[in-house]
Design a protein around this ligand. Sequence first.
Ligand SMILES: Nc1ncnc2c1ncn2[C@@H]1O[C@H](COP(=O)(O)OP(=O)(O)OP(=O)(O)O)[C@@H](O)[C@H]1O
Ligand SMILES: [Mg+2]
Length: 324
Amino acid sequence: MGEQNLITIKDLQVNLMSPYGVVHAVRNINFDIAPGEIHALVGESGCGKSMTAKAILRLHDEKKMLYGGHIFFDGKDLLALKVREIRELRGSEIAMIFQDPVTALNPLLRVGEQIGEMLIRRGTPRAEARRRVLGLLEDVGIQPPEERYRQYPFEMSGGMLQRVMIAMALSHKPKLLIADEPTTALDMTVQAQILDLLLKLQKKNGMAILIITHNFGVVAEICRRVSVMYAGIIVESGDVREIFHHPKHPYTRDLIFSIPQPRAAHRKLVTIPGMPPDLREKIAGCPYAPRCAEAAARCRELAPEMREAGDSHSFSCHNEIREQ
Ligand SMILES: Nc1ncnc2c1ncn2[C@@H]1O[C@H](COP(=O)(O)OP(=O)(O)OP(=O)(O)O)[C@@H](O)[C@H]1O
Ligand SMILES: [Mg+2]
């Protein structure tokens, strides 16, 4: 199975030197993504999702960062590459889009020129770059392309700007697109349009997508597999439908029950009491134990191993979770 994966993350650790101590933001996580797969990384704020994403592209300031483990992509360990080599890969084989497109774009440059800049910088002739950009604008549903090409970012709505970011990310036909909270800053209807667009483009280009979100609704909408993160570790991973209907880890279950679902409007929403642990500290047992309604003494003392719950489903909890 290993060789078929586009990316394999093995025992990844991300440690950040902060003025307040070392933050162990990502603690030995493992997951993989097959070519063309849409994989979600989900979990509440601060659990290490963006740290994981940024580690893949080595976007951190490496003077303040200590990585451990491996990120194998297409046979190479990204954590072992030279800065020049990883720079080469960014935007071409692996591209990334962020939550807030406004800050990622240059306000003084026309959007068409911004999309074309990377193409030109990597050797595409100007006229050819322009033609490609118009095609990309069309692909991401920006109409009419010629007119939009000449606009500045402030002339576009948030949803439109996210489409521009997606066009930019797709310009080199990446094998993996990392989308870090791509719809969080958008209203509900535009969110749905952007998710539809990602799905359409994934089908057309066959690229894999790692989508990062704290919203399980987004996950259920477009992903095939999901990894649920809590306090720097993955607590559950596998097929989205399976996990959505039969979550095994109490955190996953609480997360699913904490989102509003129109078809279950009568059901009371769960709020998860307490706070995630301080990531500067060593965590002895299961990191969710202090907030978990089912935690027993051993949960606070011994970290549970990942175990299988089916063909494509694993979780790390000492208890056998009751079905919901
Ligand atoms: N510059 C920093 N200094 C100190 N701690 C940091 C810094 N950046 C991130 N962290 C900590 O690292 C942990 C992981 O952060 P990360 O950004 O990966 O969270 P996240 O899961 O993406 O959350 P969100 O959903 O809010 O984006 C958090 O607990 C955060 O407080
Ligand atoms: Mg984040």
